[in-house]
Design a protein around this ligand. Structure first.
Ligand SMILES: [Zn+2]
Length: 424
């Protein structure tokens, strides 16, 4: 034992961690097969100062070296990095469970829309809602995600589809970032769908996006990313290229929803424009996947959406991993196609439906998803210099996370070293 004056100060130390999953990989995402190796340290301890991890070592060494005002005895629990949910749509008013019931009865998209459902109904209520209501509803949803182990969340606009309503959603996201204890990354998704008033005037809406909405978003500094929904029935390749190029020129980083239903060349465009991530990719072509690899674009797969839509097919994660891509996963939480707030359940689906192993699914939900938000140097793994975003689990090993379906075995969640959730 070091004498008191020889010991160093830490704000928090955690000792007696039976298995600590670091996922550290020399400041890189984990590519393909590397995702299988979790880098586990047994009987570990963590020292935290100023919100960051300052040392990971064996439990005794940490306990002896540091003086601290907050000592957490993990009592044999398992530690992993906090989840990074890099694709969500949490700012909306009403949930759409009645539409879910109609879909189960075989009602078509048109019948659902006629009964007042579909994305256009979300747009209508979001446009009419006041900011405080949107904030309170989103806050409630995000606090649930936090209890399930999410410590960083990306949140998109995209239910306003006009300048004032998109800015309103982004202001709500900014306030969520300021008032909630987890990090929330803002993404502008004005190109989510064509609004009703531009249904027959696509070029008019592209012009509104490029001449008014994107400049306003950039001027207010209220979004970090610009995203788009590129599919046969929404924004085509040429429109997508135009909108994303404009967003890039305004200093926004780029993401795409692409090749979810049909392989129309979305992945190839994501590669051409050097997007940070290309998301969905349920039907991406092999050429598209190879283009993503070459351009260093992170593929973000959203298995809970396909599961909710009762899809028979999923994104070809195995091929992506065989080709050496750093696959990431996210919930795609939204009111229509996927009301899933759990990265744990998303990991289960990644294993059961897309052939990932538990270790690779954990990597996809933490380290690689941090890279999908361009934050790989700050979060996603447990190592000195990174934020102390840590989940303590009351489980026998990490395979248990996707193996178990339903409830959560999260014992404690720390964000920047502060306990933000503790199971009772
Ligand atoms: Zn989405």
């Amino acid at each position: 034992m070091l004498k008191c004056e020889e010991r160093m100060n830490a704000d928090v130390i955690i000792i007696n961690i039976s298995q600590l999953v670091t996922l550290a990989n020399n400041s890189k995402p984990r590519y393909g097969k590397e995702m299988e190796e979790s880098a586990i340290i047994t009987d570990a301890g963590i020292a935290i100062k100023g919100g960051n991890i300052i040392e990971i070592n064996d439990s005794k060494a940490i306990g002896n070296k540091y003086l601290t005002s907050e000592l957490i005895d993990a009592e044999g629990k398992i530690a992993t990095p906090g989840f990074v949910d890099c694709h969500t749509h949490p700012v909306f008013v009403h949930t759409r469970e009645d539409e879910f019931a109609m879909r189960l009865q075989g009602k078509s998209y048109v019948e659902i829309a006629k009964a007042g459902g579909g994305i256009l109904s979300t747009i209508q209520t979001t446009r009419n809602a006041d900011e405080d209501l949107l904030f309170e509803l989103a806050k409630k949803r995000i606090l649930k995600m936090m209890q399930l182990g999410t410590t960083t969340l990306e949140a998109k606009s995209g239910y306003g589809l006009n300048t004032p309503s998109e800015l309103k959603q982004l202001r709500v996201i900014k306030r969520l970032q300021e008032e909630l204890p987890i990090d929330i990354v803002p993404t502008f998704l004005g190109a989510h769908e064509f609004p009703e008033e531009y249904r027959n005037n696509h070029s008019g809406y592209v012009e509104l996006l490029c001449k008014e909405m994107i400049p306003a978003v950039a001027e207010q500094g209220i979004a970090e990313f610009c995203d788009i929904f590129t599919e046969a029935h929404t924004f085509n390749i040429e429109e997508s290229r135009q909108i994303l190029t404009c967003a890039g020129e305004h200093g926004l980083k780029l993401k795409m929803h692409c090749d979810e239903i049909e392989p129309i060349g979305g992945a190839e465009l994501a590669a051409e424009l050097k997007c940070i991530s290309a998301d969905h990719l349920g039907s991406a072509s092999e050429t598209g996947i190879k283009a993503l690899k070459k351009a260093g674009v992170i593929p973000v797969l959203l298995p809970a959406t396909l599961f909710s839509l009762q899809s028979k097919t999923y994104a070809n994660a195995r091929l992506m991993m065989d080709l050496g891509l750093p696959v990431a996963i996210a919930t795609d939480f939204n009111p229509g196609s996927c009301n899933c707030d759990s990265m744990q359940f998303t990991m289960s689906l990644a294993c059961l439906q897309m052939g990932l192993t538990p270790s690779s699914a954990l990597c996809a939900a933490t380290l690689n998803s941090a890279y999908a938000l361009d934050r790989g140097n700050q979060i996603g793994s447990l190592e000195a210099g990174k934020k102390a975003d840590i989940v303590l689990w009351d489980i026998p090993g990490i395979n248990f996370i996707p193996y178990h379906l339903g409830s959560s075995y999260v014992e404690r969640v720390l964000k920047c070293g502060k306990t933000i959730y503790k199971a009772t």
